[in-house]
Write a protein that binds this ligand. Structure first.
Ligand SMILES: NC(=O)c1ccc[n+]([C@@H]2O[C@H](COP(=O)([O-])OP(=O)(O)OC[C@H]3O[C@@H](n4cnc5c(N)ncnc54)[C@H](O)[C@@H]3O)[C@@H](O)[C@H]2O)c1
Length: 707
């Protein structure tokens, strides 16, 4: 066993302990698999081993497969053989687990003969969310332990199962309080003392009562509900279903066949692109290599409204004390009550304990005085969207904030250069655009001004980690990356309702495409008035199109502001956020359309999707061309993490490459013929790339230094 081995083996009496140590999360990399074989070779030379414990160092048991391998060539050390070798050992093998045990980590434990776990351990099969299926025995071994129904529950929901449930379901034999290794050794010694031998999962059969037609129907319905347009969930159902009839060896072969099929699908490639895209966003090519992030130990938030409250919660959840300042006592009280309510609902849903709620609330200090912000390392402004007001806040901040404090603004539309200018420290000012609800949405658009300093950029990109955000760096422009792309997408969604499409027709076509929500339901959720006010305030910046966002204006004028007034594009029952079709809204929209000279007509789903998605992708290309985003995959992350674009399609720019830039250009020109060039002007870069026969990925490769 070499010193660099990631798997160590040691003897404790008659028990051999295999310890995996592959930080940070013990992925089952090729090297771990190789080293496991080496360790097993060595163990084979020990004559008196009566039991084996498989355990991991660090924060978790094997967390899963190494996802880097999905993108590369076929694996050199196959999982299946290695797991079979463990399963065939002649002495009982105990997996001792802690942390987050996912996918391949869970599958290796199923090849062991017994499983014990720390009470806080969580188990999951997340594969279908990546467009693939458990491919290392999970679909065949798990049903032998807990049946088809529960296995599919895990595979389709892809959510963690806690350790207690795992014991109830029967795939964990015992929970170990206290020291896991000691407990696992005692467990193994008892097996030996009781004369228990190997208990191979492969030798068990699946309980047929867990795989009735009714159960399979329910699972197919669940797959249809959770994953519209997707293949992987159905492939997973097929694989798990097969465990009922096939002996393990045959079942594993079938699973491999299906797993390979699923890896080749566009949905798996798109999902894996989205996964890697999120890892790239922190790489900022122009930051000097020696740039140091500033420590953030204390935070401040100005404005205790919707966003300020959510941002304060993010800090408190990260264990960072935060002072929340508002202009009025009333605003502050309302804000603190909102924060309390959010935590209370987390307690009710079992997400945190009442004690954790109290601890987190204790980190949030309300204040009316700017002096209370003087020890903050980061201060984020989230007052009303008004330039004069924000500049005034930044002047005050400039006066009290300590040197080197990062001064962030959560503005959605304002020019942050103009905000930075009013301070004597423009290098410390940066946009920190959270999304609503700020404590839930994973995206953080970080907006650098012309003057933001490298250390400030580095600080906030690092700060995103404890705040549990995916940061994407953008430059200043109207709407930054996300909202700028939203403009055309939302414009067309609304405009089609003036042309006779019902809100339901528009939204359901978009949802069928894979958007998490329909655009018009989003308008209702955010408030129809929000968009209208932004348009009123920025009228001069918008194109001279008489139909422009007129659906919003028509509803606004009729007092239909969305969910908060119980009616907008849809109607809402009190206390229920489900959008209901509303003939009154449809009539208002058609009436406005008629006034604008638009005759009602039928829209196909294809037209709806194209008219929304093409401008979205076209604008994304402009954003890339102008250098507002660093890379195409960053744009993809903004829309997958912040706007509900389907991850399995990779993101708008990845998707543009998949359908082909020529298709996009032809589509833009097709609608230009119908609606004119005002909104349907193809991006220059799009035209250029189509002429050269290049994709966006080709273009990015061509610009890389040393290509
Ligand atoms: N709501 C969203 O979905 C969303 C999303 C992203 C960004 N934003 C941006 O975040 C900012 C805040 O939006 P919101 O929705 O939270 O607004 P909000 O109206 O809910 O809250 C604003 C808060 O700021 C307080 N305030 C006003 N003037 C102040 C001052 N001078 N000093 C201290 N506090 C003051 C108000 O009392 C209020 O509590 C805006 O710039 C908005 O564009 C909003």
């Amino acid at each position: 066993m070499s010193a660099s081995s990631l798997v160590k083996i040691a003897k404790h009496g008659n028990v051999a302990v295999l310890t995996v140590n592959n930080p940070p999360v013990n992925t089952l990399s090729i090297k771990v698999r190789e080293d496991t074989h080496t360790a097993l070779d060595e163990m084979a030379r020990w004559p008196d081993v009566k039991a084996v414990v498989l355990i991991c160092e660090g924060r978790t048991f094997i967390s899963g497969a190494d996802i880097n391998e999905f993108a590369g060539p076929p694996q050199e050390v196959p999982y299946r053989q290695m797991f079979a070798r463990i399963e065939q050992l002649p002495v009982p093998v105990v997996a001792a687990m802690h942390g987050t045990v996912m996918g391949g980590g869970l599958e290796i434990s199923l090849a062991c003969h017994y499983r014990v776990a720390a009470p806080s351990t969580r188990f999951s099969f997340p594969e279908v969310t990546l467009g693939i299926i458990p491919g290392a025995g999970g679909t065949q071994r798990m049903p032998r332990l807990i049946g088809v129904e529960k296995t599919l529950d895990m595979v389709l929901n892809a959510k963690p199962v806690d350790a207690k449930t795992a014991v109830d379901w029967g795939f964990i034999d015992a929970l170990i309080d206290g020291d896991l290794k000691e407990g696992a050794l005692r467990f193994a010694e008892k097996l030996v003392a009781d004369g228990k031998g190997p208990r191979r999962t492969s030798e068990r059969s699946v309980d047929p009562s867990t795989c009735t037609a009714a159960i399979l129907d329910r699972m197919n319905a669940l797959a249809a509900k959770l994953y519209p347009n997707r293949v992987a969930p159905y492939t997973a159902i097929k694989a798990v279903r097969a465990s009922l009839d096939l002996p393990l060896a045959k079942g594993l072969e079938y699973e491999t066949e299906l797993a390979n099929e699923s890896k080749a699908t566009p949905e798996s490639k798109g999902s894996i692109h989205a996964f890697f895209a999120e890892r790239e966003t922190r790489k900022i090519p122009d930051l000097p290599a020696d740039t140091q992030a500033r420590p953030v130990k204390v935070a401040g938030v100005i404005g205790a409204g919707t966003m300020g409250g959510g941002i304060a919660i993010c800090f408190a959840n990260a264990g960072i004390p935060v002072t929340v300042l508002d202009a009025s006592d009333e605003g502050l009280k309302r804000g603190m009550a909102g924060i309390d309510k959010t935590y209370e609902s987390m307690v009710k849903r079992g997400r945190i304990t009442a004690e954790e709620k109290a601890q987190r609330l204790a980190l949030i200090t309300p204040s009316l005085k700017y002096e209370d912000l003087k020890s903050a390392d980061v201060i984020i402004e989230a007052v009303f969207e008004d330039m004069k007001l924000k500049q005034d806040v930044f002047r005050k901040l400039d006066a009290v904030a300590k040197p080197n404090a990062v001064l962030g603004t959560n503005t959605s539309t304002l020019d942050i250069n103009e905000i930075a200018k009013v301070t004597k420290r423009p290098a410390d000012v940066i946009g920190l655009h959270f999304f609503s609800p700020a404590n839930v949405m994973p995206l953080l658009e970080v907006v650098r001004t012309d003057t933001t300093g490298p250390a400030v950029i580095k600080t906030v990109m690092e700060l995103a980690k404890p705040l549990r955000k995916t940061p994407v760096l953008a430059r200043v422009c109207y709407g930054f990356i996300g909202n700028r792309m939203m403009e055309g997408y939302a414009r067309e969604a609304g405009r089609m309702t003036l042309e006779g499409a019902t809100p339901r027709e528009v939204d359901s076509a978009l949802q069928k495409f894979g958007m998490a929500m329909g655009m018009l339901a989003v308008f209702d959720m955010a408030g129809v008035d929000v968009g209208v006010k932004v348009h009123q305030a920025n009228a001069a910046q918008y194109p001279p199109d008489p139909t422009y966002y007129q659906s919003d204006f028509a509803l606004y004028e009729a007092g239909r502001l969305g969910q908060k007034t119980g009616k907008g594009y849809y109607r809402y029952e009190p206390g229920d956020r489900t959008p209901q079709d509303d003939p009154e809204a449809i009539a208002i929209l058609r009436e406005r359309g008629k006034k604008l000279g638009l005759e009602p007509r039928k829209h196909t789903e294809q037209e709806i999707v194209e008219r929304c998605i093409y401008p979205l992708m076209n604008e994304a290309i402009r954003i890339l061309e102008e250098g507002i985003a660093i890379r195409a995959s960053d744009v993809d992350v903004v829309w997958t993490a912040g706007y509900g674009f389907p991850r399995y399609r990779g993101g708008p720019l990845y998707y543009a490459d998949q359908i082909g830039l020529k298709t996009l250009l032809d589509g833009m020109l097709k609608y230009q013929k119908i609606f004119g060039p005002m909104h349907w002007q193809p991006a220059k870069l799009l035209v250029e790339l189509v002429q050269k026969g290049m994709s966006i990925a080709d273009w990015e490769r061509s610009r890389r230094p040393g290509k």
